[in-house]
Design a protein around this ligand. Sequence first.
Ligand code: DGJ
Length: 559
Amino acid sequence: MIQTTGKRICGVVLALSLILAAPMAVAAAKKTAAPSKPIPELVEKDGKFALMVDGAPFLILGGQANNSSNYPAALKNVWPAIKDLNANTLVMPVAWEQVEPVEGQFDFSFVDALITQARQNKVRLVILWFGTWKNTGPSYTPSWVKTDNKRFPRLTNKDGSLSYALSPLYETTREADKRAYVKMMEHIKAIDSSQRTVIMIQPQNEVGVYGAARDYSAKANGLMAQPVPQALLSRLNKNAGTWNEVFGKDADEFFHAWSIASYVDHIAAAGKAVYPLPTYMNAALKDPLNPDQAPGSYASGGPTYNVIEVYQAAAPNIDFVAPDLYSPGSQSYEATLAFYARKDNPLFVAESGNKPTYARFIFSVLGRQGIGFDPFGFDYSGYSNYPLGTTKTGPEMVKPFGELYSLFRPLERVWPKLSFESQVWGVSEPDDHSAQTLDLGPNWNARVTYRQWEFGMPEWDPDNKNGYPEGSDVPSGGVAVAKLSDNEFLVAGYHARISFGAGEANKARGFILDRVEEGHYDARGNWVFERVWNGDQTDYGLNFAQARLFKVRLATFEK
Ligand code: DGJ
């Protein structure tokens, strides 16, 4: 009773003070605070995805800084590269070791500097949490974690030796990581809820383990003998049993994937409870062309293509999984894209090499309705991760990517809306430069060819006397097409030729390019006409000797 009365009294006093304070508070708010923009979110409709930023679809044209650029003093070498790249998003790590060097004492000064400077540079941020896992190892955990194997145990290899990687089976490790991660999310919420500079979070980086398929400790072996959780059985439509009974030869890897995904999900859930930004996990890849590759020779337990469903079942708070693409061959690159672009998983290239030949793959990513592309190693710190990436470290490194981003940056809102609401296609030049066909529905199709001069046909110069056009010595081309209406398409390309034609439904009729407009989109997303292309410029297909954007209207006539 006394408590209730006391509450009531407090309630009355509180209500009175709110009534008195309200007009003043509203007036102050009108003067100072800009209205909050909606929090970024990932939306899905009929198996298509859009990353909503400020309430509208947004295409991430990202650049990821080198690992050790995550200090205020290093940022001055990051922004010029991001500017030259024409990126709209910087992807940057924040490390557990830097925010909690002493247990329980937090320092978010780098996050403050990063967000302030991102706003000055007019770009968004994706933050990578380097915690329990960074390239599978614990190197970014604070000293008090990475040196204390009793409290934060490493996993046990099959032969009984100790692995370098931390085990996902210990609450002590998970709770310590979670506390720091949640603190970071609280900090981001406190300083970024109105401007939404940070649009997405990657909790952990390249999880998994090399050299083992799972933890083989007594604790892990005990858990392996338990029944497989129902959520996973339901997701994979399997009958009950222990891990070995249900998954046979895949049991070790699936168990490890489940354990890591559950661990990260627990952390991500706590972060989302504070500030629900979209989250994703990146994968160090399993060879997409070799299904027999043994777990442990790649990062076992990470979100490789063969365990995507395990991640979906174990980690509902992770919105999607994303590949780190450093496989130079177009066949392998495309195979990985195909594995990750699913109706239940949007495609986002979380990392890609920064050799010039990787730039063209943005066309394939867009054609597969990708929500973003994020090549790795973009800052002017002077560091090169050759042979994974390019030997170059300055503007020369950035240029091939910057040229393509300059084509798509004005489309950062237009393209993802079309991708979400209409239909898109896209192809990148294969290693062998072979032609590709785009099936644009029953009425139209298109053929994309490479290494063509802007005028005429290759057979006019059978000896290829002048070689190939500049820049096409290595594969560099691609085309992306979006449907604007039944007969009209937006076409963006580079180092390629696209030739449209009649589809099955129009076979009996004559085909003609009705109108080809070159132009661009203004800041409000309106098409700005520049000129009509016709004559020599269209008689041999539309040629992209440089990055260009067209609106193309197709027509037929009675024969
Ligand atoms: C993948 C990792 O996720 C990145 O942080 C980086 O280490 C690259 N590999 C290699 O440069």
